[in-house]
Ligand binder design. Structure first.
Ligand SMILES: Cc1cc2nc3c(=O)[nH]c(=O)nc-3n(C[C@H](O)[C@H](O)[C@H](O)COP(=O)(O)OP(=O)(O)OC[C@H]3O[C@@H](n4cnc5c(N)ncnc54)[C@H](O)[C@@H]3O)c2cc1C
Length: 321
């Protein structure tokens, strides 16, 4: 007979891993975790710089861990290690390189269809796909010949490059401060001061600027980019034009609207509507992590969503509401 999982989770980031681990801890047996990348926690792996300090209070969110997963601040590496160990210790059946394309409810069972046309059935499904699968792009055109010089993380940055980092959040600040070690760096932000930075990042930016290692371009709006002399020519609204070897955009991510439509879900604002147990308007279909956070979530928030969902599903199984 075709297997029907009690709990299928789409996305093995902090939220998905938390749902899986908490569910296992609470006695849910058949758990499936689907991940489109080759390993878990793709956002942390791809968008955190190596050695990054991982804050527990991200974006000023002071939240305590409610569930069984103990998360304290650490580094990119220690955070990945924590999730690696949790998946192994709880023997979570994780299927990598598998991208979910849609979720449909047929009678009372959900069918998840993947991009390679596999089908998985489950009684409960949790969508935990985050928002970084599609990093935000600028609203002006990126000329095709500049594509090799435009990035959304630090992977392709090389020492000695003259780099423009665009953004005003903690990710942009961390990218800029990491690059100053071996590059000429300019940080461009459209507002006149930073309002979203945590104290540590603000301090680091100030230190880098004081040392002359980082140039700030506040109140700077980019109108277009264009190739000039093999470089990226940046045209600012104040009519100045500058040339850089590379631009790194750190301007957040986009909710995957099309995927949600294929799950018969609609957005309210920039996030999904869920109840106090993180259930969507479709009974048995839950959402957790960044995808339910309007203004950007955090690891602790994602872990707590996972705990809430597992508690609810396990409680329902025991006949407790
Ligand atoms: C640069 C940067 C720095 C940050 N620093 C911090 C910090 O210091 N502290 C902190 O608390 N937070 C930080 N955050 C935020 C934190 O990373 C997120 O809040 C957290 O990762 C959200 O977890 P999530 O599980 O909801 O989503 P994600 O971590 O984005 O995980 C989603 C997972 O789902 C997978 N996926 C996507 N679509 C599909 C699909 N269709 N099928 C299967 N799998 C899919 C992805 O590959 C990914 O592995 C930072 C974010 C960024 C970008």
């Amino acid at each position: 007979m075709e297997k029907i999982y009690e709990m299928a989770i789409i996305g093995a980031g902090p939220a998905g891993i938390a749902v899986a681990v908490e569910s296992r801890t609470m006695g849910i047996e058949d758990i499936l975790l689907l991940e489109k990348s080759h390993s878990h926690s793709a956002t942390i792996r791809e968008f955190y710089k190596n050695g990054k300090r991982v804050d527990k209070e991200w974006k000023g969110q002071k939240i305590d861990c409610e569930g069984n997963i103990v998360f304290t601040e650490g580094t990119k590496e220690s955070t990945l290690n924590l999730f690696e160990k949790l998946l192994a210790a709880h023997e979570i059946d994780t299927v990598f390189n598998t991208e979910a394309e849609s979720v449909k409810k047929l009678d009372s069972i959900f069918v998840i269809t993947t991009s390679n046309n596999q089908k998985f059935k489950a009684e409960n499904v949790v969508i935990a796909i985050g928002k970084m699968g599609k990093p935000n792009r600028p609203d002006y055109k990126i000329p095709p010949q500049l594509r090799s010089k435009i990035d959304f993380n630090l992977d392709r940055c090389r020492p000695k490059e003259d780099i423009l980092v665009v953004g005003g959040g903690n990710s942009a600040a961390e990218y800029a401060c990491a690059l100053v070690e071996s590059n000429r760096v300019t940080l461009s932000y459209r507002k006149e001061r930073f309002t979203k930075l945590n104290e540590e990042n603000l301090q680091q930016i100030e230190n880098c600027v004081k040392k002359g290692a980082l140039r700030l371009k506040l109140n700077s709006q980019i109108e277009k980019i264009q190739q000039i002399d093999e470089k990226v020519g940046v045209f600012f609204r104040d009519k100045t034009v500058e040339k850089f070897d590379r631009i790194v955009y750190a301007i957040g991510g986009t909710t995957p609207v099309e995927f949600l439509k294929r799950c018969s879900l609609e957005l309210k604002g920039d996030s999904l509507e869920v109840d106090e147990n993180f259930m969507t308007p479709i009974t048995g279909l839950f959402a957790a992590g960044d995808i339910v956070c309007d203004t950007g979530g955090s690891i602790v928030a994602a872990l707590n969503h996972g705990y809430k969902i597992a508690s609810y599903v396990a409680g329902r199984k025991r006949g407790v509401k």
